[in-house]
Design a protein around this ligand. Structure first.
Ligand code: AP5
Length: 222
């Protein structure tokens, strides 16, 4: 059975950081709606130009656009054994659409891993984030610095700060998360899919907690 997982949590919780590690460990792709939008933006596609209007303000891109993009991605061959979804779903309509999409493929969610981090830590994490322009690896100036300042450990690529990481937009993203995405926590808890993870530990500790939680879920529902 494919292993379909969601990483849920506020901006800066560590979803992208952990999804990249889990993808390596579990051998399934990391599908991040934010990364897909940024790729469109970089290629200057019409979808990218549309998404930019929302991303620059920290608002959500409309559901129909986002769902269409994820549908296309999930239909690709590398997703057949499962996916680690990061940043999707973010609204009840997206959660509903995901259920339908997976059901249409004869699949269902294995677990929703909710990474909990207090608001006061989120801004500190986002303010210090640097990302590799080449491979997308994520660093933190204080918590996870690169070996050589400004260069990626993996490929030496230049590190940059995301355009939506100004303090004003970060605050708005956290607010939008509270208003529109946080309700998914109880939605998935009621369905018995939610596993809460303490996101305030070190990066390796969070990874081990996630792996343990996934193993437990796999044992319950092989
Ligand atoms: P998106 O790219 O998804 O951004 P986000 O949700 O705001 O999440 P982030 O990427 O900021 O945080 P993260 O949890 O991945 O943290 P990270 O691992 O980098 O979305 C961007 C925009 O796209 C949205 O605003 C919206 O406009 C649009 N969009 C995307 N999806 C959409 C959807 N489904 N619907 C509609 N619109 C959508 O970690 C952060 C920092 O902390 C890093 O520096 C990292 O090194 C550090 N760190 C991580 N873990 C730890 C730890 N345990 N200890 C110390 N430091 C840590």
């Amino acid at each position: 059975m494919p292993l379909d997982l969601i990483l849920l949590g506020p901006p800066g919780a560590g979803k992208g950081t952990q999804a990249k590690i889990l993808s390596q460990r579990l051998g399934i792709p990391h599908v991040a709606s934010g990364d897909l939008f940024r790729d469109h933006l970089h290629r200057q596609t019409p979808l990218g130009q549309l998404a930019r209007q929302y991303m620059d303000r920290g608002e959500l891109v409309p559901d129909d656009v986002t769902i269409g993009m994820i549908r296309e991605r999930l239909e690709q061959a590398d997703c057949r054994n499962g996916v680690i979804l990061d940043g999707f779903p973010r609204t009840p309509a997206q959660a509903q659409a995901l259920d339908e999409l997976l059901a249409g493929m004869g699949r269902s969610l294995a677990a929703v891993l909710y990474i909990r981090v207090r608001n006061e830590l989120l801004l500190r994490r986002l303010a210090g984030r640097w990302t590799c322009r080449v491979c997308g690896a994520v660093y933190h100036i204080e918590f996870n610095p690169p070996r050589v300042p400004g260069r990626c450990d993996l490929d030496g690529g230049p590190l940059y700060q995301r355009e939506d990481d100004t303090e004003e937009v970060q605050r708005r993203r956290i607010q939008v998360y509270q208003e529109q995405t946080a309700p998914l926590v109880s939605f998935y808890r009621e369905r018995g899919l939610l596993v809460e993870i303490d996101g305030e530990c070190s990066i390796p500790e969070v990874t081990e907690e996630l792996i343990r939680a996934i193993e437990v879920r796999k044992a319950v529902d092989p």
